[in-house]
Write a protein that binds this ligand. Structure first.
Ligand SMILES: NC(=O)c1ccc[n+]([C@@H]2O[C@H](COP(=O)([O-])OP(=O)(O)OC[C@H]3O[C@@H](n4cnc5c(N)ncnc54)[C@H](OP(=O)(O)O)[C@@H]3O)[C@@H](O)[C@H]2O)c1
Length: 268
């Protein structure tokens, strides 16, 4: 049995992980979600596959996360093999502004940065800390953060991608936090990885790049790092690629920020 916990498992990439992993009855899959409102497809799948356990929690509340970890522990008798920190969001409408666009808009800037830091960085640190005692007892001992190419300096420099300020800063910040956990926990054999999923056809991607004009604009930028990229990849393809990288993760790569191809260059 390999046990996996995935945050943000109602939709998109998170649900994709649950679908892929639960095919194998030797996997125990814990789908951590904040609400049943968007969990229809997950509930349907969980009714057919007994190795899926749905757990309601709030990743911004360490007490609720401790309770969620206790629920997982009851099933696994005190361990967890792989924790996937997938929940994330692009932030307020001001995400379309470049940094200088916030001049004279202090409140908007505070919200743009603050919301993303809360949702994409602090919540992930709370989650790791609440589940760490289970990971310590696991066989795999892996903590995976689903990051974004937007949090990479070279990607930003090469594409000229100047918007999504709070989101990009929070992803870059969490990459660093994951590296801090990696070096702290290396003596215990615990490995972390920040992993970019690529450009994936989810609700989030549709919200950010769904408009045809915006799509043309971002494709122009993306072509500067990959002339062949045509659009977002299917969820199952992105998930298969990421699982290959996760399964290959060794201590040598712990704390790195890799693409879904397992390198530091192929963002699509
Ligand atoms: N799609 C892409 O091209 C792309 C590219 C780079 C990185 N990513 C990253 O991949 C991850 C998954 O994104 P996605 O494209 O699958 O997005 P999505 O389709 O919008 O799904 C996001 C999931 O995260 C949950 N979530 C969002 N904010 C949350 C919060 N504050 N607390 C708890 N749950 C929260 C959502 O729950 P609800 O259903 O309750 O809203 C949903 O389950 C994110 O971290 C994103 O930044 C995606």
């Amino acid at each position: 049995m390999v046990s996996w916990a995935i945050t943000g498992a109602t939709r998109g990439i998170g649900l994709g992980f649950v679908e892929n992993l639960s095919v194998d009855p030797k996997n125990q899959v814990f789908a951590l979600i904040r609400s049943l409102g968007t969990a229809g497809p997950l509930k349907e799948l969980a009714s057919q596959r007994k190795n899926i356990h749905m757990i309601l929690t709030d990743i911004s509340d360490p007490t609720k996360l401790d309770e969620a970890a206790a629920e997982v522990s009851k099933v696994t008798t005190g361990s967890l093999d792989v924790l996937i920190l997938n929940a994330g969001s692009a932030g307020p409408d001001t995400a379309v502004l470049p940094p200088s666009g916030f001049h004279g808009k202090k409140e908007a800037l505070d919200l743009e940065i603050g919301e993303s830091i809360k949702n994409n960085l602090l919540s992930n640190i709370y989650t790791i800390n609440s589940f760490l005692h289970l990971i310590r007892n696991g066989q795999e001992k892996k903590v995976i953060f689903i990051s974004s190419q937007s949090g990479n300096l070279e990607f930003t420099r090469q594409t000229g991608f100047s918007t999504l300020l709070g989101y990009s800063v929070s992803k870059a910040g969490m990459n660093m936090a994951a590296a801090k956990f990696a070096v702290e926990l290396a003596p215990e054999g615990i490995k972390t990885l920040s992993l970019s999923p690529g450009w994936v056809n989810t609700d989030a991607a549709k919200a950010v790049t769904g408009d045809p004009e915006v799509r043309k604009y971002v494709l122009n930028m993306f072509h500067k790092v990959d002339p062949n990229v045509e659009g977002p990849a299917p969820i199952d393809e992105a998930v298969s690629n990421m699982l290959r990288v996760i399964r290959n993760l060794t201590e040598a790569d712990s704390g790195k920020f890799l693409t879904h191809h397992g390198d530091e260059e192929q963002w699509f």
